[in-house]
Design a protein around this ligand. Structure first.
Ligand code: TYD
Length: 210
């Protein structure tokens, strides 16, 4: 007998660096598992051996901005084929820390890579494999900067993107908010500047609906 092949849910986490996304990701996984869901927690760039190798390059090496977009989508192609599609086909919930909205925001908004290139790559790499729900953690770039500075003071080595200036993060944030405004049924914009407990209470309400 074949297993119940109802397609799983695809949930992505987005936001500028320092918006609190990573802090909440682990809690979210546990909250979803506590509801009895089978969760595949993964991240981009990364999630496969090739993807993690590309992540090292993408986060450390300077490169042309369109090269960056091409490599993000190369990593994503492997991730979709090896991890995301099989998990959704099994009926699992995929919780992915960043996906194509990050490319639109960072490469498109932050680095001004052409929208037509990103749209072409998106179509080739994952037409038909799009998130059902995207949680966008939103903070002003000044809050992001303060949090990154604090991390650096505690000895955390900042990556290539985290070292960008405030103008870059303003453009990334604007691009995220534009995408959220254009697709309100997919996005939940979460004010990441509030105390942890408040953000968690909102996440708990969202999780209970999944
Ligand atoms: P991030 O998700 O912030 O991981 P960590 O919480 O471990 O720092 O790091 C990934 C970085 O990659 C982040 O700065 C955004 C960037 N990125 C892009 O520029 N484009 C993309 O398409 C993706 C997926 C990530």
């Amino acid at each position: 007998m074949t297993r119940n092949a109802q397609r799983g849910q695809f949930v992505t986490l987005e936001g500028i660096d320092g918006a609190g996304k990573s802090t909440h990701a682990a809690w979210l996984v546990e909250a979803l598992r506590a509801r009895g869901l089978t969760v595949v927690a993964t991240r981009e760039p990364g999630g496969t051996r090739i993807g993690e190798a590309l992540r090292e390059l993408l986060l450390r090496q300077p490169m042309a901005h369109d090269t960056e977009a091409l490599l993000m989508f190369a990593a994503r192609r492997e991730h979709v084929l090896q991890v995301i599609e099989p998990a959704l086909a099994r009926g699992d919930l995929v919780l992915c820390d960043r996906y194509t909205d990050a490319t639109w925001a960072y490469q498109g908004g932050g680095h001004r890579v052409s929208k037509s290139l990103i749209a072409d790559l998106e179509r080739h790499v994952h037409a038909g494999c799009n998130p059902d729900l995207t949680l966008l953690f939103d903070v002003p770039s000044s809050v992001s900067r303060d949090r990154l500075e604090r991390m650096r003071a505690l000895g955390r080595d900042l990556d290539k993107f985290e070292l960008e200036d405030a103008g870059f993060f303003d453009r990334v944030r604007d691009a995220y908010l534009e995408r959220a405004a254009a697709d309100p049924s997919r996005f939940r914009v979460i004010d990441g500047g509030r105390p942890l407990a408040e953000v968690r209470a909102e996440l708990a309400r969202i999780v209970s609906a999944l």
